[in-house]
Design a protein around this ligand. Structure first.
Ligand code: AMP
Length: 275
């Protein structure tokens, strides 16, 4: 992959990369479409990264419908699909890990220790293998965008990180490869997460800037679904992930909930379309 990518760059072609774990859906399509608009070449990586799964997470069970993914990607006109085996990314002699620093320990990091070290390590390697001018990440995984941007700044990586708005089902549920695990009853409840965030976003638009109040409005709406347990719910600054004294346009209300064994995450950027 790297030789092909270097050849494209040498010929003056800008490359956009879309890192995915496969099980592709319309959310991924949206990243790819944006990549095609901005770049001469688009590489999609399909790699279920063992380093970002915790011991109790579903690495083995993660869906891998690769033939379907390939058919889908053919229809989207990408220039290359990079689908490496695990030992190409992590050969036996592999040792180094990217330390995400303090931003990796909050929000998702609290429930998923080591997750962002795994994410940043593979993202850094994928960037080196695909030589992108731009890389596309979904806003749904907002903390991932923040951490990748931090790494790019800290290490001076020559790549621009583009955050793409979350693509949703008609009822508002953020699309996710993991939604297939929801049983019909859970699937019916799941859209409340987006609805609860929308309540707070509307309150912000109407002048409410107190983080605790915005969180409380969200909590109240989530409480209408008894099967659902809040993991975290917080208004945060989109660069530092700290809780601001007052929410401002661009502050993010981020939430993770558990619905039975399934964890759902979602967020809304207050007073703005995107990160
Ligand atoms: P994944 O395959 O779940 O690791 O996701 C690959 C990329 O697609 C990540 O940057 C995700 O944030 C992004 N993504 C996942 N779901 C969505 C969605 N519903 N809308 C937009 N982007 C998404």
């Amino acid at each position: 992959m790297q030789e092909q990518a270097i050849a494209w760059r040498s010929a003056g072609d800008e490359i956009g990369v879309v890192p995915t774990m496969g099980a592709l859906h319309a959310g991924h399509d949206s990243l790819i479409a944006r990549g095609r608009r901005d770049n001469r070449r688009v590489i999609v990586t399909v790699f279920v990264n063992p380093a970002q799964f915790g011991p109790n997470e579903e690495f083995e069970k993660y869906p891998r419908p690769f033939e379907d993914d390939l058919a889908r990607l053919e229809g989207l006109g990408v220039d290359a699909v990079f689908h490496p085996p695990v030992d190409q990314i992590y050969p036996p002699a592999f040792r180094t890990r990217v330390d995400p620093g303090p931003l990796g320990d909050v929000l998702e990091g609290t429930s998923r220790p080591g997750h962002f070290a795994g994410v940043l390590t593979v993202v850094l390697k994928l960037f080196n293998l695909t030589q992108p001018k731009r890389a596309y990440f979904g806003q749904k995984d907002f903390q991932q965008v923040v951490l990748v941007r931090q790494m790019v700044r800290d290490f001076g990586l020559p790549v621009r990180i583009v955050a793409v708005p979350t693509v949703r089902e008609q009822d508002g549920l953020a699309m996710s490869s993991r939604n297939v695990y929801l049983d019909p009853a859970q699937r019916q409840i799941a859209p409340v997460v987006h609805q609860a965030l929308a309540v707070a976003a509307a309150a912000f638009t109407n002048g409410e800037t107190e983080p605790a109040r915005l969180e409380e409005l969200t909590r109240q709406r989530l409480a209408t679904a008894q099967a659902l347990a809040i993991d975290y719910l917080s208004v945060v600054d989109q660069t530092t992930l700290g809780r601001p004294e007052r929410a401002i346009p661009g502050s993010v209300l981020a939430v993770a909930v558990k619905l039975g064994p399934i964890r759902l995450i979602d967020n809304v950027v207050l007073g703005a379309e995107r990160l």
